[in-house]
Design a protein around this ligand. Structure first.
Ligand code: URP
Ligand code: ZN
Ligand code: ZN
Length: 549
């Protein structure tokens, strides 16, 4: 006779975004079926003893780039995305993440968003996916008639209820009027508008790409100051071409645009204290602004970009992402505060994988790709700088932007956030699972443990002190990338089990899932974004109050 439940998790400390306590969890037909102080082992076909460890909803990583070749700029060179849905999601479940949201990206030469999504979805179906998955849409060609026609189809037929807009990258950057066009259409359908906030013109100018008007006087003033003119083009200067004020300005501008037309927005991958402060101020005024930060901004600084600095050594390209991490650890502290005090709604990986030793990856920025770029012993040859300056070898602007981190996201925040007392276990669950599920219309199917309603997606950690502490090496990870930015960092815990809709897909270092396990998720509109409070919406000084009358 079949048993009442398929699986019971015994002796765990169950954590949700609101509660923490000793409970058993029973699972039936892929759903959470029952939570109780004690559920008999023989009521289920199988039992797992959590041995007093934390049991939490599976991670929801709402920002991953998979099978998405990417033209980051201002160099405008396309890097090859190292992970597809199969390899990226494999890495996700080995790090406790059971749901991912990846980006279907419109290129400027593509007119139809529906065609973009159809092609992207075909790719995902071909490789399969170890985790459940959904899509955001990146809009780079915001033709208003097309948006009016296609956004409703994306929302209603595909369940794609969020779009990402770029304020930088030559190949993707939208002007203010284009940002407004998309926000205006998005607002009608409650499509969550995600903003990559960096002032692309400032970056291009600081890099030396777009000169001032060709008057002799101006050239004398400006060009002597730019990074290219000075020969400052090794990887570390990527960060110097984007000082935090570049992110702060764009963040402020996007808030002004969004507030003026009353469209809630979410800032992705916030990297600086100054941008976080602008967001916080707007939240305090009552405007619905949401924000995401990512592990690279808590654990890296400009110093990491200088670690192996020499003219010929491009090792530092491993840490290049946009926005860059902060100049020093004061930004990190501010971001930790933001994770605690609610400035940040979600914590995502921004897994944007490019292989290091691959001419289609990070090595795109190194035209004379030395066989070994490893280590700190690169010969320093000052003459070589001149070759670089004249474009004969590398340049940071050609290095694809992005760091891998889909598998390390959950463990990093658990080890350095929960275990070091920076955030509570409940806040951890909120940031990594519940809030992204709510923000992107997946709750309570995902991000919760509600009997009958929630999928049985779980992560079970090791009991305290059970795991032998270890230093991370890339060979522990399951992505298709040849490095991790977190090489050498210490861990004392890691997901012991990952469970996807009742199936154990990762157990004590063994991958048990398959690429056939993952299901596509049609999402609802956001369950978090709300209209602005009335006192704000009626303020004629900030809002075009006549717009919707
Ligand atoms: O450097 C990053 N963040 N990668 C590019 C993808 C993105 O989210 O902008
Ligand atoms: Zn971005
Ligand atoms: Zn990204």
């Amino acid at each position: 006779m079949s048993k009442q439940f398929d699986l019971v998790i015994k002796n765990g400390v169950v954590v949700t975004s609101g509660d923490v306590g000793p409970l058993d969890i029973a699972i039936k037909d892929g759903k959470i079926a029952h939570l109780a102080a004690s559920i008999p082992e023989d009521a289920a076909e199988r039992a797992i003893d959590a041995e007093g460890a934390y049991v939490m909803p599976g991670g929801v990583d709402a920002h991953v780039h998979l099978a998405q070749d990417f033209t980051s700029g201002p160099g405008g060179v396309t890097g090859k995305c190292a992970d597809d849905f199969m390899t990226g999601s494999r890495s996700a479940i080995c790090g406790g993440t059971t749901t991912i949201i990846a980006f279907a990206q419109q290129n400027r030469w593509e007119e139809s968003l529906l065609d973009v999504v159809t092609a992207y979805d075909r790719g995902a179906s071909e490789t399969g996916c170890f985790s459940d998955y959904a899509y955001h849409i990146i809009i780079t060609r915001p033709d208003v008639e097309m948006l009016k026609r296609e956004l409703p189809v994306l929302v209603n037929e595909w369940g794609i209820t969020s779009c990402k807009l770029f304020m930088t990258y030559t190949a993707m950057q939208l002007r203010d009027n284009e940002l407004l066009d998309v926000m205006y259409e998005a607002r009608k359908l409650a499509v969550t508008t995600m903003i990559h906030a960096e002032n692309g013109d400032l970056i291009a100018w600081l890099t030396g790409e777009c000169g001032p008007p060709k008057s002799i006087h101006l050239e004398l003033i400006h060009t002597a100051e730019k990074l290219e003119e000075k020969g400052l083009i090794e990887p570390r200067y990527h960060a110097e071409s984007r000082p935090p004020i570049v992110e702060m300005e764009a963040t402020h501008r996007a808030i002004v645009l969004a507030e003026m037309i009353q469209n809630p927005i979410l800032f992705v991958h916030v990297g600086s204290a100054s941008a976080a402060a602008v967001i916080r101020k707007s939240q305090t005024r009552g405007f619905p602004v949401y924000a995401e930060t990512c592990p690279q901004y808590l654990h890296l600084t400009w110093e990491d970009l200088k670690r192996f600095h020499s003219p010929q050594c491009f090792e530092n390209s491993k840490m290049i992402c946009s926005p860059p991490p902060g100049p020093d650890d004061s930004d990190q502290e501010a971001l930790w505060t933001g994770l605690r005090n609610g400035t940040f709604t979600i914590f995502s990986s921004d897994h944007c994988p490019f292989r290091y030793d691959d001419i289609r990856g990070k090595a795109l920025g190194v035209l004379q790709h030395a066989p070994s770029m490893e280590g700190s012993t690169c010969p320093i040859d000052q003459d070589h700088v001149h070759d670089i300056v004249h474009g004969k070898t590398g340049h940071f602007k050609y290095i694809p932007n992005g760091c891998p981190g889909i598998e390390t996201r959950m463990p990093l925040l658990f080890n350095y956030g929960v275990m070091e007392g920076r955030i509570t276990p409940e806040r951890y669950v909120e940031l990594t699972s519940t809030a992204p599920a709510k923000l992107y219309g997946l709750y309570p199917k995902k991000g919760a443990l509600m009997p009958g309603l929630s999928d049985a997606d779980l992560v079970i950690w090791y009991p305290d002190g059970r795991m032998t502490p270890f230093s991370l090496t890339n060979d522990r990870l399951h992505h298709n990338v040849d490095y991790t930015p977190y090489e050498g960092m210490s861990f004392t815990n890691w997901p012991r089990y990952t469970i996807l809709r009742g199936k154990v897909v990762w157990a004590e270092g063994q991958l048990l899932g398959t690429p056939q396990d993952g299901e596509y998720l049609k999402r609802k509109t956001s369950q978090l974004t709300t209209a602005a409070v009335r006192s704000i919406a009626d303020d004629k000084r900030r809002v075009a109050t006549w717009l919707y009358k």
